[in-house]
Design a protein around this ligand. Structure first.
Ligand SMILES: *Cc1c(COP(=O)(O)O)cnc(C)c1O
Length: 298
């Protein structure tokens, strides 16, 4: 086993399933568990780790020493890729939309990426829109040399292979199949992995972190579209207060973009009788705490 395999084996599969006794402002008749993927690694946290795992192995197998990916200024995926690159000895390039000058001084996320050695490459909005086209990617390869390309948000087929390992771990840890498994949805790579690995015993619920016109239809998972709180990364005082109260009661930190909205949604559905009495509901804590708002500490 080489170093990457060894380190991955050590790090993965070590996130506990935690029972939460009465975590909400009001008691609800479900048994709620958290799959603590936020604990997988302090920097390469949560679902981004799951999504990178087989991509890192593929990059290594194919002889690449450089990873290139895409993301926004607060991207958990860029943050995780930068950290993983440093950890496993890949050079990393982060392609971003926007004028470089507009982003100085660097925010916390980008400062961290650069501290890991990631090279940030800024392109125009127009160019960024081409990010999945072969021509644009070929031009980046000409500029930076051979690189293993990971799409924005980290979601590709190998990512889904990684997120498909979450539910089997949960079932092993609980020793039974939960009635529901829930995760937040951005690009959908995480929920797709849950859906891929779920049997008929488990309903997969995906809590949309963004406003969508029409939910992607899937027979294998159900989109919950009503808890986006105004759109991607938008918040309301109600959401912020909910997260503060949850954190105080459970000692588990959330953030306001993904996990806070999912848990608010689970709470709201449960108090409105959505789940059958005593249903077992497992929520995947997908991490992302690097992007946790300081407002939550005040
Ligand atoms: C990126 C991210 C998500 C969204 O995952 P997708 O696979 O893109 O749907 C959810 N939660 C956290 C904390 C994330 O960082």
């Amino acid at each position: 086993m080489n170093e990457l395999d060894r380190q991955l084996a050590e790090l993965m599969g070590n996130s506990p399933v935690q029972w939460l006794d009465n975590p909400f402002p009001e008691a609800v008749p479900i048994r709620l568990f958290l799959k603590r993927d936020d604990l997988l690694h302090p920097q390469v946290s949560g679902n981004k780790w799951r999504k990178l795992k087989y991509n890192l192995l593929a990059a290594q197998d194919q002889g690449f020493t450089r990873l290139l990916t895409f993301g926004g200024a607060y991207s958990n995926h860029l943050f995780a890729t930068a950290a993983a690159g440093k950890l496993f000895g890949f050079q990393t390039i982060g392609v971003m939309r926007g004028e470089e000058l507009a982003l100085l001084p660097r925010n916390r996320t980008l400062a961290f990426c650069e501290s890991c050695g990631m090279h940030l490459h800024f392109v125009s909005r127009n160019d960024y829109r081409q990010k999945d086209t072969p021509d644009f990617i070929a031009a980046l390869r000409t500029k930076f040399g051979p690189c293993y390309v990971i799409p924005e948000g980290g979601s590709n087929e190998l990512a889904i292979q990684g997120t498909a390992e979450i539910l089997p771990e949960i079932i092993k840890q609980l020793d039974y199949e939960p009635d529901y498994v829930c995760c937040p949805v951005g690009t959908g790579g995480t929920v797709s992995g849950l859906a891929l690995s779920a049997t008929n015993e488990t309903q997969v619920l995906g809590f949309m972190a963004l406003k969508i016109i029409e939910a992607a239809k899937s027979e294998r998972w159900l989109p919950i579209t009503t808890y986006h709180f105004g759109g991607y990364a938008k918040t309301t005082p109600d959401l912020i207060n909910f997260i503060r109260a949850f954190e105080q009661k459970t000692g588990v930190l959330l953030e306001q973009v993904y996990t806070g909205k999912m848990l608010y949604g689970i709470y709201d559905l449960a108090r409105n009788g959505y789940f059958p009495e005593d249903a077992t509901v497992v929520a995947v804590h997908t991490g992302g705490l690097q992007g946790r708002s300081e407002v939550l500490d005040t």
